[in-house]
Design a protein around this ligand. Structure first.
Ligand SMILES: Nc1ncnc2c1ncn2[C@@H]1O[C@H](COP(=O)(O)OP(=O)(O)OP(=O)(O)O)[C@@H](O)[C@H]1O
Ligand SMILES: O=C(O)[C@H](O)CO
Length: 484
């Protein structure tokens, strides 16, 4: 994605070109980065920048270089004798001493820049844990404990990162302020619904749209306000001790070079190239995984009804009513369901249909099994389709072939080596023939174990680390299997 967005134009005064915007490289070009996908971004950037790059520092997840090396993904690794220093840390996405060391090094580099320098900042998901910079006297351990407790109490990423920004020297625009007066150009892979610049990796180069009040409200919401460490009380009660620097961000340009929306648009182009009539439902799918599975099943049923010429009848009306209720329950931001359903009406059985969507579901873990939200979603869709078919007491209206895929774009899904999984209408029956009870696996959140066993693991989606991280993607393929 970075190679598509970034070019360097040489000459008397080199220009960094990013998605049509030009930034003069007046003197020296520096690079910093932090996030799960930043190593691959830095490898691409290094190739483009060549000798123009003076120095770089990137903070990446512990062990990522070794795992990419083992996977033979050389294009995601820096060249030998690279000018970019790599610091690995934040094991299990939690800030640690190594990540703190890297954050200090990045802070020192930024503070030393002049008005003639250009700082390229590479940001991706996982960046918050990889750029810890607690405002003194807050200790790293205190900040880590606070954010871990918030997460365990169900705080959304937006809430987590508002608290992180308030307690950080570098988040919430702090890095950009420290880099002043250098030109700052941030290249961002968004892993947050809606691509909010000041929430992605806690917005180190974006003006924060939140206040200490917002932070206090979040801490109160999760019953944390009255047992905070003294250091956190001190910071919250005094005006944030950010370095004196201009409040304006005219020296900063934040550019999203990868997002779920961009990924879905590319997937749409690919699907249409394969002959599918393709629609994008949303890049903001959110909510409990079971409810989202029901939403997808109802959508699939509506397409099958349409193929059978029953879409405009009472059955179709019933399904559309269910969809409106589910979308309202999930609270999917920006989804215009009426417009989507209107577009769906235009699809007939003469062409196979592809429905694309993306975002991040939530899974309330009840069991002790192994899995991820994408594998769980695929298994739940398989079960929902089976139940809908049983309720229809026949095969789906109009005899359709259905395939559902859900995958994490970073190539990982939960603590497994799978990125996600694929299911079909026949999954539950075929599993039963192998003695596998889908409901039992789901009740134990054990989707990985199921897909590893079912049909020799062929329904597991295993991509390896992809070098990007723009949340999760779902693809639904529906084909009429007989002339209607
Ligand atoms: N056994 C399981 N079954 C279903 N979902 C699980 C299971 N174990 C963990 N999860 C879910 O996986 C999610 C963690 O996924 P993952 O490790 O891919 O990190 P992530 O949240 O996607 O991080 P990033 O956004 O940086 O990639 C958690 O939200 C958790 O609910
Ligand atoms: O690092 C983070 O804050 C999350 O991945 C959201 O960007």
């Amino acid at each position: 994605m970075l190679k598509r967005a970034v070019k360097l134009q040489g000459g008397e005064c080199p220009q960094l070109l990013v998605k049509g915007q030009a930034f003069p490289v007046k003197r020296d070009l520096y690079l910093v980065g932090f996030g799960k996908a930043v190593l691959g971004m830095a490898a691409a950037a290094e190739e483009i920048l060549g000798d123009h790059l003076i120095q770089g520092i990137i903070n990446v997840p512990l062990g990522i270089q070794e795992s990419l090396q083992r996977a033979g993904m050389q294009e995601m690794l820096l060249k030998p004798r690279s000018k970019i220093q790599v610091i690995e840390g934040a094991k299990n996405n939690l800030p640690d001493a190594e990540a703190l060391k890297g954050a200090v090094a990045i802070q020192e580099l930024a503070e030393g820049l002049t008005a003639d320098d250009l700082l390229l900042v590479l940001i991706s998901g996982g960046g918050s844990a990889l750029l810890p910079a607690p405002i003194p006297p807050i200790l790293l351990k205190e900040k880590e404990e606070l954010t871990k407790t918030l997460a365990s109490r169900g705080a959304a990423i937006q809430e987590l990162n508002i608290v992180r920004k308030t307690l950080s020297l570098l988040k919430g625009g702090g890095l950009a302020r420290l880099a002043y007066p250098a030109q700052v150009v941030s290249l961002i892979l968004s892993d947050v619904i809606g691509d909010p610049l000041d929430i992605i990796a806690s917005g180190p180069t974006a003006a924060s749209s939140h206040s200490v009040q917002d932070c206090l409200q979040i801490l109160a919401k999760y019953n944390l306000l009255h047992n905070l460490p003294q250091s956190v009380e001190t910071v919250l009660s005094s005006s944030p001790t950010k370095p004196n620097a201009p409040e304006d961000y005219s020296h900063v340009c934040n550019i999203i070079i990868g997002s779920n929306t961009l990924a879905l648009e590319e997937a749409k182009r690919q699907a249409e190239g394969l002959g599918y009539a393709t629609l994008i439902l949303s890049a903001a799918i959110c909510g409990e995984v079971g409810c989202v599975a029901t939403l997808y099943c109802q959508l699939i049923w509506l397409v099958c009804l349409g193929f059978a010429g029953l879409g405009e009848g009472p059955l179709g009306d019933e399904v559309r009513g269910n969809l409106r209720q589910l979308v309202a329950e999930l609270g999917i931001p920006g989804l215009n369901l009426a417009k989507f359903l209107q577009a769906l009406r235009g699809l007939g059985p003469e062409r196979p249909v592809c429905i694309l969507a993306g975002g991040e579901t939530t899974v309330q873990l009840q069991g002790t099994g192994k899995g991820g939200r994408n594998q769980e979603l695929a298994l739940r869709v398989g079960l929902e389709l089976h139940r809908a078919q049983a309720a229809e007491v026949s095969s789906p209206p109009g005899r359709c072939e259905i395939v559902f895929l859900s995958g994490g774009t970073d190539g990982q899904d939960g603590p497994t080596e799978a990125a996600g999984a694929v299911c079909s209408l026949e999954l539950v029956d075929e599993a039963l023939q192998e003695g596998l009870d889908v409901e039992a696996f789901l009740s134990n959140n054990d989707s990985y174990t199921f897909f590893s066993q079912f049909q020799g693991g062929h329904h597991l989606l295993v991509t390896g680390l992809t070098g990007t991280n723009v949340m999760d993607i779902q693809a639904i393929l529906i084909r009429a299997t007989e002339r209607l």
